[in-house]
Write a protein that binds this ligand. Structure first.
Ligand SMILES: [Cu+2]
Length: 157
């Protein structure tokens, strides 16, 4: 019977170390976070649910450039958010508009799929959407919209 030599054990240890290091790099959340772009968020300084939505984005690896403005309605018009789809804050990421409490996972999918749309919207402020927790939950949809205001369902929650 052959006993393992010191060299065999050293090789095995080296192999396990490499395997563990590789696994750690692959699952590291900081690496994923570094790949996510900055989202510019326009909001009224008094808006509390806007701040909570920003926290949700940051928790999901986005960098946020928050811009307080007293005239958010004007900004929505200028950026081209259809009147029927408005909520509280309006955001811009990689050229897409994000209106209202859109979940970070839907923004992830938007940026991965890059559809030819103007942006995503969660009209109104449905209870239970990210940033609107603590007041129960209701079902809501994330809509895509184009420049003419034409919408399609992107996700249902
Ligand atoms: Cu809100």
């Amino acid at each position: 019977m052959k006993r393992p030599t010191g060299r065999t054990i050293a090789l095995a240890v080296a192999f396990i170390t490499v395997a563990l290091t590789t696994a750690a790099v692959r699952t590291s959340p900081t690496i994923t976070a570094a790949k996510k772009p900055t989202i510019t968020v326009y909001k009224d300084p008094a808006c509390g649910c806007c701040k909570k939505w920003i926290e949700h984005l940051v928790k999901n690896g986005y960098r946020v450039d928050a811009k307080d403005t007293p005239n958010i309605t004007e900004i929505k018009r200028t950026l081209g958010v259809p009147d029927a789809l408005t909520a509280c804050h309006t955001a811009v990421v990689n050229g897409y508009l994000i209106e209202g409490h859109v979940p970070a996972a839907d923004i992830d999918r938007l940026l991965a799929q890059k559809p030819r749309i103007a942006g995503l919207a969660v009209p109104g402020m449905p209870a239970g959407s990210p940033g609107m927790e603590g007041m129960g939950t209701q079902r809501y949809q994330v809509l895509t919209f184009d420049k003419n205001g034409k919408t399609k369902v992107f996700a249902s929650h």
